[in-house]
Design a protein around this ligand. Structure first.
Ligand SMILES: N[C@@H](CCC[C@H](N)C(=O)O)C(=O)O
Length: 283
């Protein structure tokens, strides 16, 4: 099968995208196709596969599959890439439009310079904070804020946030020495998280600035995670490090995002997206 694709990235978090407005893919091949395109030796090499699809609920839809073939419910960097594609490839005509993800419909707005999208702002919606909404084992009505979390002799503190997908945020003194490679693969599969979790280590620089590194569920270490950066901003407010309704600059390995959790409880994410290549994948 010859599959037309476009590869895009948001701050280095890179995916192979297939526009299913143009080329239909059978449901049953999607997990295996995601694993195949993601393989750097025998595929294209990516953090996963994203479908850009027609939607009944929004002007465009997005489905995200991680590198291991599992399907995620949301993807912040993917949403910005889909927004760029939708505008530049004429799926939408206005600079503000809606995108459907598995976790719900979001509003996107693009900034255009010389006919190209230079920046995208997404209203990522309200974070879900109850333990049952993460989901995480334990008393369902509680929030999980700076909760003691022991793993492999590391006494950590967990703040858990769902941005449509689950995030465990751990504040550390120094981002450079955060045990990302040691604990990421252990925490992501910890039995306390029945659906797994995306693992974020975060260093507070000031109330307006965070350093961030991530181990993504289903993909491992990536250069950036948009929903993770939103979760880090929310966690920083919940722990009293940052203020609500104020912009937080999040430094990820691949670049910066601006996150704001507003007084209406909505989380806003602003950042870039870039096209890397287009081509044909032989499957
Ligand atoms: N890279 C993403 C999140 C992708 C999905 C995640 N690994 C999950 O399984 O929940 C982002 O930018 O948000």
């Amino acid at each position: 099968m010859e599959i037309p694709f476009i590869k895009m990235h948001g701050l280095g978090n890179n995916y192979v995208f297939v526009d299913t407005f143009e080329f239909n893919l059978a449901e049953e091949i999607l997990p295996a196709l995601a694993r195949k395109v993601s393989d750097v030796y025998t595929g294209i090499g990516s953090d996963g596969l994203i479908l850009i699809h027609p939607s009944d609920q929004a002007e465009v839809g997005m489905r995200i599959f991680n590198k291991d073939g599992s399907e995620g419910r949301n993807c912040g960097n993917g949403l910005r890439c889909v927004a760029k594609y939708a505008y530049e490839y004429g799926i939408v005509k206005d600079t503000s439009f809606t995108i459907e993800a598995k976790s719900g419909v979001v509003d996107a707005s693009v900034t255009v310079e010389a006919k190209k999208v230079s920046s995208i702002t997404i209203d990522m919606g309200k974070p879900a904070l109850l333990r049952s909404q993460i989901p995480m084992a334990g008393e369902e009505k509680e929030q999980v804020v700076a909760e003691s979390f022991q793993v492999s002799h590391h006494p950590l503190e967990l703040t858990a946030v769902s941005m449509g997908n689950p995030h465990g945020v751990f504040f550390v003194e120094d981002i450079q020495t955060a045990p990302l490679y040691e604990l990421g693969p252990i925490i992501t599969e910890d039995r306390r998280f029945p659906e797994g979790i995306n693992v974020e280590f975060v260093e507070v620089v000031s109330k307006d600035e965070l350093h961030f590194r991530v181990w993504e569920r289903g993909s491992g270490v990536t250069q950036a995670c948009g929903t993770g950066a939103c979760a880090a901003g929310v966690a920083s407010v919940l722990n009293g490090y940052s203020d609500k309704n104020s912009e937080i600059l999040v430094h990820l390995s691949g670049g910066d995002l601006v996150i704001r959790w507003d007084d209406d409880d909505r989380v806003w994410m602003t950042g870039p997206a870039d096209i890397i290549a287009t081509g044909t994948f032989y499957y």
